[in-house]
Ligand binder design. Structure first.
Ligand code: ATP
Ligand code: MG
Length: 267
């Protein structure tokens, strides 16, 4: 089986030593794109079964620095999938009402139902990332969240949800190039803000927060995958592989017909 970039939950690691460059894992872009498309066809078929079976659930969590490729991943990976069976949920800064509840309230409401695939564009992990880096709540509040998240994800797992968490790992240089491209192209300005530049100044703090989050919340029931994401084509392939291998393992089946169709003739 190819390298999936699943974090080994027993082995120590340093985020700065985990690769951002995908080329070393796949020498040939054309071949990678061919494999990606074949896997996407399989994904579409497996998703139809999952939906028809109406028993299991799949939750895909995407986290990344700004311009890390969450949007592009969603666009490429979900292309062709029956929209009825997928729900993409983006998490922005919480509303007043959301802030008046515990941090998992808004998350739990939108986890995938039976037969569904849920995709989180950002997630409950923001509550130990941006919240931590910018001191939006004291450490006494955010630190216990690692345990709270693990328990929450265990609950989802025990209720029939497979959980895949992807951190799209880009280098600071790659972010700079992508920001520059957004700056240079007026049609990309909507994707860019001065706030993004402000957050870039905190890069080392974000990396420290990501590293601890990966360490604390990498569980058997909800593993983290650290995807080398400097090359979009490799990122797409690596994520698609893990999704398809997981769905193969879930092995959803079309349900039995509700009626006996023997001898039925349609007039
Ligand atoms: P993205 O950058 O993911 O493509 P966007 O640019 O469309 O999204 P933004 O307005 O940047 O949308 O919304 C995401 C912002 O909300 C991010 O800055 C993120 O850190 C912030 N955010 C998300 N969840 C939380 C949270 N729980 N607490 C504080 N801020 C949060
Ligand atoms: Mg943004």
């Amino acid at each position: 089986m190819p390298q999936t970039h699943q974090l080994d939950w027993q082995r120590p690691f340093q985020l700065q030593h985990l690769p951002t460059d995908g080329k070393q894992f796949h020498p040939n872009r054309d071949e990678a794109e061919t494999e990606f498309k074949a896997l996407r066809t399989e994904f579409v078929a497996l998703q139809e079964r999952l939906y028809a079976e109406d028993k299991q659930k799949l939750l895909i969590v995407l986290q990344a620095m700004d311009a890390g490729g969450k949007d592009g991943t969603i666009r490429n990976v979900l292309k062709g999938v029956n929209p009825q069976g997928v729900r993409v949920q983006s998490f922005k800064a919480p509303s007043k009402e959301e802030l008046a509840h515990d941090f998992l309230w808004r998350i739990h409401k939108v986890v995938p139902a039976r037969g569904m695939i849920g995709v989180f564009n950002r997630s409950h992990y923001e509550d130990v990332l941006v919240v931590r880096v910018h001191n939006l709540v004291p450490e006494a509040v955010w630190r216990p969240r690692y345990t709270q998240i693990n328990q929450f994800e265990k609950l989802l797992h025990d209720s029939g949800t497979r959980i895949l968490k992807f951190y799209l790992h880009i280098s600071a240089d790659e972010q700079k190039e992508r920001f520059q491209a957004r700056l240079d192209d007026p049609e990309k300005h909507w994707k860019f803000s001065l706030e993004d530049l402000e957050k870039r100044k905190f890069w080392p703090d974000y990396m420290a927060a990501y590293e601890e989050m990966l360490r604390e919340c990498n569980t058997e029931w909800a593993p983290w995958y650290v995807i080398p994401a400097n090359q979009k084509w490799y990122r797409n392939l690596a994520i698609m592989r893990t999704i398809v291998y997981t769905l193969r393992d879930m092995n959803p089946q079309f349900p039995e017909a509700q009626d006996n169709f023997d001898g039925v003739v349609i007039e």
